[in-house]
Design a protein around this ligand. Structure first.
Ligand SMILES: [Ca+2]
Length: 114
């Protein structure tokens, strides 16, 4: 493998880490084991229940205050990213769709780091 190939591969790995940080750390509270999307989905659903303190099936900004401490993002930013419906809270469906919007998450994370 050439040096160029190595560095592009490394870049890809770094990007994957950013993705995990935003899309998972946010709801999961940890970014230690990036896995296949399917595993992330399962993890996400489990964590979703944990963050959903009042059990109404939605995550609000106040419920994500704890998540805020575990990520580089504020609760407001987390909600803003996931809340495609614009009702100010995150449904499980929106959380799942957030995983599918990983490239977008990566862009946001990159901008924030810059
Ligand atoms: Ca809730």
């Amino acid at each position: 493998m050439t040096l160029a190939q190595w560095s592009s591969r490394l870049q890809l790995l770094l990007n994957m880490k950013c993705i995990t940080l935003l899309a998972l750390c946010v709801l999961a509270g940890c970014a230690t084991s990036p896995g296949p999307i399917k595993r992330q989905m399962i993890g996400l659903i489990e964590k979703f229940d944990r963050w959903d303190i009042n059990g109404d099936g939605f995550l609000t900004e106040s419920e994500l205050k704890e998540a805020e401490k575990l990520s580089n993002f504020t609760a407001a930013e987390i909600v803003e990213f996931y809340d495609t419906g614009g009702d100010g809270k995150v449904s499980l469906k929106e959380a799942q769709e957030g995983i599918a919007r990983l490239p977008e998450a990566r862009e946001i994370a990159a901008k924030k780091e810059a």
